[in-house]
Write a protein that binds this ligand. Structure first.
Ligand SMILES: [Fe+2]
Length: 232
């Protein structure tokens, strides 16, 4: 798995260069504006709970890697609750009628973000647990980059609003360690897993796909933030 983890490391460095992550650090912009894209995250934030609960989790299992995956899905299947809380705290929970909210959720502005969980589910649907684990490691890497940046913005906001933000803030960043289970032992264990050539090829493909879908989604959110200046 060493080569796969090395690829993830490389892709993670590239991912961190995306425009949205520079934007999030730009203190000349109102911190609320820097998070103006937050509603666009809805298909991912909500869908990710589903992906963990219904797609990645496979119970019962005797496969030790699937067991690891299952454990991880319990850590990641409920963060959408924090997301909805933060949307409210950010003042982005304006009343919108049902058909308008469906049009937003399923509209053009969130198309790429809708693809994230969908594509990951397609790519991992009949994959071996080790390949799924590679996908999860890649997902964790993207989350680690994004949450590190949003946590800085949330910290600035917290000083102004005296509210704490469980999804975009430090809380989520600390819960997501950037790896499947967070402990060093398990990381070393994963690193030492020997993959066949076929498994390596599949794992590389799934890692590339994960970064591709997240990159496109992040760029879509950047575009949205630029087009939607917040009202003071
Ligand atoms: Fe999460």
């Amino acid at each position: 798995m060493k080569e796969v983890l090395a690829l993830i490391k490389k892709k993670k460095r590239e991912f961190a260069q995306l425009k949205l992550f520079q934007y999030l650090q730009d203190q000349s912009i109102d911190p609320k504006q820097r998070l103006a894209w937050a509603p666009c995250l809805a298909p991912f934030a909500m869908g990710f709970g589903q992906l963990n609960k219904y797609d990645l989790r496979k119970e019962p299992t005797n496969n030790p890697i699937q067991k690891l995956i299952n454990k991880h899905t319990y850590e990641d299947d409920h963060h959408w609750i924090w997301f909805l809380e933060d949307i409210e705290k950010l003042g982005l929970n304006q009343s919108m009628n049902f058909s308008d909210s469906m049009k937003f959720y399923f509209g053009e502005e969130t198309y790429k973000t809708r693809q994230v969980c969908h594509q990951i589910a397609l790519y991992t649907f009949s994959a071996e647990p080790i390949v799924v684990l590679a996908a999860i490691e890649a997902i964790e890497a993207t989350g680690n980059v994004a949450l590190a940046r949003t946590a800085q913005v949330a910290q600035e906001l917290e000083q102004i609003t005296k509210q704490s933000y469980r999804y975009f803030g430090q809380h989520h960043f600390c819960v997501e360690t950037g790896h499947t289970t967070g402990t060093n032992d398990v990381e070393q264990l994963i690193e030492r897993i020997q993959l066949t050539d076929e498994q390596t090829t599949e794992a590389f493909a799934v890692v590339e796909k994960v970064f591709e879908v997240f990159t496109e989604a992040v760029n879509e959110m950047m575009e949205y933030a630029e087009k939607h200046p917040i009202e003071e």
